[in-house]
Write a protein that binds this ligand. Structure first.
Ligand SMILES: [Zn+2]
Length: 88
């Protein structure tokens, strides 16, 4: 008897995503009630930037290089450092 769940990992990811979405919605409602729409906007912007930076850090560990000038982590196929403008 074999029971395979090829999509189990994806389903777990979807559950985590749903939980995160619920937490974000809950925080948005709470912040909106406490600080108004501007507070909610700031929270969304903060979460978005944090998520973007977190993905960039964890997703570009292979095939990258460090800028010889400023040491920032940049892509292997970059011609110019996006942080300090140094030619590579
Ligand atoms: Zn640089």
């Amino acid at each position: 008897m074999t029971a395979e769940y090829p999509s189990a990992t994806r389903e777990i990811g979807m559950v985590i995503l749903a939980i995160v979405a619920l937490v974000v919605v809950y925080l948005m409602v709470t912040v909106t009630l406490a600080f108004g729409l501007f507070g909610a906007f700031v929270l969304v912007a903060f979460v978005y930037v944090w998520f973007f930076v977190w993905n960039a850090d964890s997703g570009d560990l292979s095939g990258g290089q460090n800028c010889p000038s400023c040491g920032s982590r940049i892509g292997a196929d970059e011609d110019v450092c996006e942080y300090c403008g140094e030619s590579l």
